[in-house]
Each structure stands twice: as structure tokens, then as C-alpha cells.
Design a protein around this ligand. Structure first.
Ligand SMILES: *[C@@H]1O[C@H](CO)[C@@H](O)[C@H](O)[C@H]1NC(C)=O
Ligand SMILES: *[C@@H]1O[C@H](CO)[C@@H](O)[C@H](O)[C@H]1NC(C)=O
Ligand SMILES: *[C@@H]1O[C@H](CO)[C@@H](O)[C@H](O)[C@H]1NC(C)=O
Ligand SMILES: *[C@@H]1O[C@H](CO)[C@@H](O)[C@H](O)[C@H]1NC(C)=O
Ligand SMILES: *[C@@H]1O[C@H](CO)[C@@H](O)[C@H](O)[C@H]1NC(C)=O
Ligand SMILES: *[C@@H]1O[C@H](CO)[C@@H](O)[C@H](O)[C@H]1NC(C)=O
Ligand SMILES: *[C@@H]1O[C@H](CO)[C@@H](O)[C@H](O)[C@H]1NC(C)=O
Ligand SMILES: [Fe+2]
Length: 444
């Protein structure tokens, strides 16, 4: 009898334990860190790590964190993460952010994210050298998408090969982050993890991030950029890397001013002119100023009759209290501007106020005006862009091929740009050097 009892009790106990194990396993699975990505931090020697779990950590005293170090088998340092419960319609997730400060330059770091309730595998990234004089390569593209993300396998391979050191994704990410209550955004962030967990993934918002009246809420909650504006707004920011001052801007504040008002674009403008003024004062250290924004205002695409629609003139020249973007670029000698939105590639000759500067034997040497590049051709499921004829007079080359841009920053005088076509198996389909003498700056 006693034996039977012991048998029953141990059976119940075994079931209970199994039940607990299964339950814990399920919770762990649901709490597994996902959407792991890194971005350049506010300080040049810091890196921001972001990830999500779909459920809250089950024990309120569990501390989410990043373990890291320079030995992959011995992650000796940690940083606690902050957590934000992001709820969008029926979608809910917990987004964690930790900043790793005081990193050594030119060093490989290994890290894992999570908590005692579930850890990620170990990833790695390499920090940039110190100072303003080192070369690197940035992959730049817009309009990738989740469905038919044509460039994605190529970008993953290129990241693995070390073909680029970081990414600038100039808007229109997933088509859309918001879709299916944000699930498409989650799936897309998981799809790019093989890139974004290793290479800093810098972003700005496109029209597909607007969230249909919800004020870019998926973008605002999911991305941590090195914001240096007084509004704490991650739709525009700037940072220095090697010899370049990069500026990321929102064209969508112009495009959606009827929904959100003019003030957001005005804030951005006020910050921009000050940021560019400072960058100009710092030209000896960072001689290149490169900005990126989602929508163009010079192009040969026919969707807006070569950028001659109302929205394009808004961007370029402004409206009412909302000043346009071209004047600060001209006033402050911005060298190069990348934009996307149209699903094609186009390189323009230097252009200012609709005047084209292509007469010199090499218009890209000591260019007389800003150079604009459309690179919105990473993929997506809405097909290739289409062009008008004749092209915009500033058009140097235009290609109806999916792909992405590699910008090789050599030094204070030399930039090299290559366009990779994934429709041609990764072939280089445009190749140009942009050069200037030390101290050269155009004047308008
Ligand atoms: C991380 O959080 C734990 C628990 O709250 C705390 O004891 C510890 O001091 C924190 N560590 C750091 C580096 O902030
Ligand atoms: C970093 O991680 C990638 C992907 O797992 C791996 O291929 C690479 O060897 C790692 N790099 C180092 C230096 O460990
Ligand atoms: C949109 O979000 C920004 C940043 O949080 C905020 O400043 C602005 O007031 C919001 N606009 C509207 C119309 O809700
Ligand atoms: C743009 O060009 C394509 C291809 O020639 C054509 O099918 C389309 O109708 C044009 N769209 C507009 C808005 O003109
Ligand atoms: C370039 O050359 C053309 C033809 O000679 C001329 O009409 C135009 O004004 C020149 N443009 C500039 C910016 O010098
Ligand atoms: C999907 O990608 C392929 C390969 O890049 C491209 O040829 C095709 O046009 C794309 N389809 C759509 C609907 O965009
Ligand atoms: C900059 O890089 C280019 C390309 O490698 C090289 O030809 C040039 O000499 C370099 N200039 C300086 C000042 O280092
Ligand atoms: Fe777009």
C-alpha cells in the first residue's frame, strides 16, 4: 500500500516537474531574444544594442542585459538594459536597449543579449579606429521590404565577407513595420538580424514608416539612433565617423505636414542649420558632409514627373513657415546627398537651384554643387522604378536594377562609390570617385 502511494506520489511529482519544465520551456521560447541589432551610439566609443521579447520577463526582478567582452568564451562585462513595452494595436512586445560605453577602438567585441530567463547566441562586431583619419565602407540603400527583399541575400553575404562596415537604410524598411499589428516589422527585423546584429544599422524614416496617422510610432519605438537634437526626436540626427559628418533627416515631416503640422519640419530645420554650421566650423577634421533623406527633389523618375510634384517642391523650397532643404545644403556646402523612395538608381551631376555643373572635365573633382544619388532599389514587392524621357538634365547615369550602394570613404580627399546590381548577380554597374582638394568647398 505504501509502495503504491509512493508510486502515485512520484508519478504526480514527475508530471508536475515535467509540467513545470514544459511550461518553463514554452516561456523561454516566447521570451527568447529576437530582432537583435546594433547601432552607433551617441559617443564615438559606444555601441547601442537593441532586441525584443514578445512576452514580458516572467519574474519582475529579472534584469535584462548584454554580456560582452573581447573573448567569445568569456564575456566578462555586462550592461543592464532598459525596457519599453511597445503596444501597437493587437501587437505587444518588450524592446530592450543597452548602451556599451568606453569601447576600445579597432577591437572585436563579442556579446549576447537576454536575461537569466533566456540568452541569445553570441554575436560580434568590430569597433572603428579612433580619430578622423581612417577608411571604411558603408552600404546605403532604401526600400528593401520584407517580401521580395531582392538585395537581402547579397547584403547578408557582403556583411559576412566584411564588404561594408555599417549600413544606412534610407527609409521604407518592411512594407510595413506596422502591418499585421506590427508582426511584419518583427519578421523583417528578424530577417535582417544576420546583418544588423554585426554591423551598425543606421536608419531614417520613409513614407512606409508613417503608420497611417500613428505618427511613426513603430519607427519611434523600435529604433535607437544617436539623437543629438533637443527634441529627443529619432527621425533626425547627425554623427561623425572618420572624415565624414553624416546627417540623417526626415523628408516625411514635409510630406505629412497636413497630418502632423509644420512644426516638426521647422524643428528639424532649426536644428539642421545649427548642426551644419558646427560641421562647417569643423571641416578641417571632418571635411565631408554627407546627408541622407528618404525622398528626392531632383530625379528622372516618372512617378512624380521627374520630381516636379507639389511634395517635391515642398522638400526643395519649403512652404509658409516650413523652410526647404536645398538652401541649407547650398549654404553649408553639403557634398553628397543620398535618397531613395524611387525603386531605381540614379547618379546626378552636381546641381544647385536647377543649374547643372557638368562642364568640367571631371565634374566629380572639386564639385561645384551638391551631388545627389537615388538609391532606393534594394528590392520590395512593388516592382522596379520607371523613368521619364528625356532625363533630368543633371542625370549622369540611371539604372532600373535592384541593388545597393557601397560608399568607400578613403580619406579627407577621396570617396569612391560603387553601385551593386543584384539583378546582375552582384555586378558593379556604376563606379565613380568623388574627390576634392584639402580645404576645397563650393560656394553658392
Ligand atoms: C544592474 O542591475 C542590477 C539589479 O538591479 C544592479 O544590482 C546592478 O548594480 C546593475 N548594474 C549596473 C552596471 O548598472
Ligand atoms: C563573427 O560572427 C560571424 C557570424 O557568426 C562569424 O562568421 C565570424 O567568424 C565571427 N567573427 C569573429 C572574429 O569571431
Ligand atoms: C508626433 O510625435 C512627435 C515626437 O514624439 C511629437 O513631438 C509630436 O507632437 C507628435 N505629433 C502629433 C500630431 O501627435
Ligand atoms: C511611367 O513609365 C512606365 C514605363 O514606361 C509606364 O508604364 C507608366 O505608366 C508611367 N507612369 C507615369 C505616372 O507616367
Ligand atoms: C555648360 O556648358 C553649356 C554649353 O556650353 C553652357 O550653356 C552652360 O551655361 C555651362 N554651364 C555652366 C554651369 O557653366
Ligand atoms: C522581385 O524581385 C525580382 C528579382 O530582383 C524582380 O525581378 C521582380 O521584379 C520583383 N518583383 C516585384 C513584384 O517587385
Ligand atoms: C586618399 O586616398 C586615395 C585613394 O586611396 C589616395 O590616392 C590618396 O593619396 C589619399 N590621400 C591622402 C591625403 O591620404
Ligand atoms: Fe518611399
Amino acid at each position: 500500500m505504501i509502495k503504491v502511494w509512493i508510486g502515485v506520489v512520484s508519478l504526480i511529482a514527475a508530471n508536475l516537474v515535467q509540467g513545470l519544465v514544459i511550461k518553463r520551456f514554452d516561456e523561454k521560447a516566447a521570451n527568447a531574444p529576437e530582432q537583435i541589432r546594433i547601432a552607433l551610439g551617441k559617443e564615438p566609443d559606444s555601441m547601442t544594442i537593441t532586441w525584443s521579447t514578445l512576452l514580458a520577463l516572467s519574474n519582475p526582478s529579472t534584469v535584462p542585459k548584454v554580456n560582452y567582452g573581447t573573448n567569445p568564451f568569456y564575456l566578462t562585462v555586462y550592461q543592464n538594459a532598459s525596457v519599453n513595452n511597445f503596444v501597437y494595436k493587437k501587437g505587444s512586445q518588450y524592446i530592450y536597449t543597452a548602451v556599451l560605453p568606453n569601447l576600445q577602438p579597432s577591437t572585436i567585441y563579442y556579446y549576447q543579449v537576454g536575461s537569466s530567463e533566456g540568452w541569445s547566441s553570441t554575436f560580434n562586431f568590430t569597433t572603428f579606429p579612433k580619430g578622423p583619419n581612417f577608411p571604411y565602407t558603408v552600404a546605403i540603400y532604401g526600400d528593401l521590404g520584407y517580401l521580395n527583399a531582392s538585395s537581402l541575400p547579397y547584403l547578408k553575404q557582403a556583411a559576412k565577407n566584411g564588404d561594408f562596415d555599417f549600413v544606412i537604410h534610407i527609409g521604407d524598411f518592411a512594407y510595413n513595420l506596422r502591418t499585421n499589428d506590427g508582426q511584419v516589422g518583427n519578421e523583417w527585423l528578424n530577417a535582417i538580424q544576420d546583418i544588423a546584429a554585426y554591423k551598425p544599422y543606421m536608419v531614417i524614416a520613409g513614407n512606409h514608416e508613417e503608420d497611417k496617422g500613428h505618427n511613426f510610432t513603430n519607427y519611434r519605438n523600435r529604433f535607437v539612433m544617436p539623437v543629438n537634437n533637443p527634441y529627443g526626436d529619432n527621425l533626425f540626427y547627425s554623427f561623425n565617423l572618420g572624415p565624414v559628418h553624416f546627417v540623417g533627416l526626415s523628408t516625411e515631416y514635409y510630406a505629412f505636414y497636413e497630418t502632423y503640422g509644420q512644426q516638426l519640419a521647422i524643428n528639424q530645420y532649426n536644428w539642421l542649420i545649427n548642426d551644419l554650421k558646427q560641421a562647417n566650423a569643423n571641416r578641417a577634421t571632418n571635411p565631408w558632409i554627407i546627408s541622407y533623406q528618404h525622398r528626392p527633389y531632383y530625379c528622372s523618375n516618372n512617378q512624380t514627373s521627374e520630381c516636379e510634384f507639389y511634395v517635391d517642391s515642398l522638400l526643395k523650397d519649403g512652404l509658409d513657415q516650413m523652410p526647404g532643404m536645398e538652401k541649407p545644403y547650398l549654404d553649408n556646402g553639403v557634398d553628397l546627398i543620398f535618397w531613395g523612395h524611387f525603386h531605381s538608381y540614379e547618379r546626378l551631376y552636381p546641381i544647385a537651384d536647377n543649374e547643372v555643373y557638368k562642364n568640367a572635365s571631371d565634374p566629380y573633382n572639386n564639385p561645384k554643387a551638391p551631388i545627389y544619388i537615388t538609391t532606393g532599389a534594394a528590392g520590395c514587392d512593388s516592382g522596379h522604378g520607371t523613368f521619364d524621357d528625356p532625363p533630368n538634365p543633371a542625370s549622369a547615369i540611371r539604372l532600373n536594377k535592384f541593388g545597393y550602394t557601397l560608399l568607400h570613404v578613403y580619406n579627407q580627399t577621396h570617396l569612391h562609390m560603387e553601385q551593386i546590381s543584384v539583378d546582375d548577380n552582384g555586378k558593379v554597374v556604376d563606379d565613380v570617385w568623388i574627390t576634392k582638394d584639402i580645404g576645397y568647398q563650393f560656394n553658392h
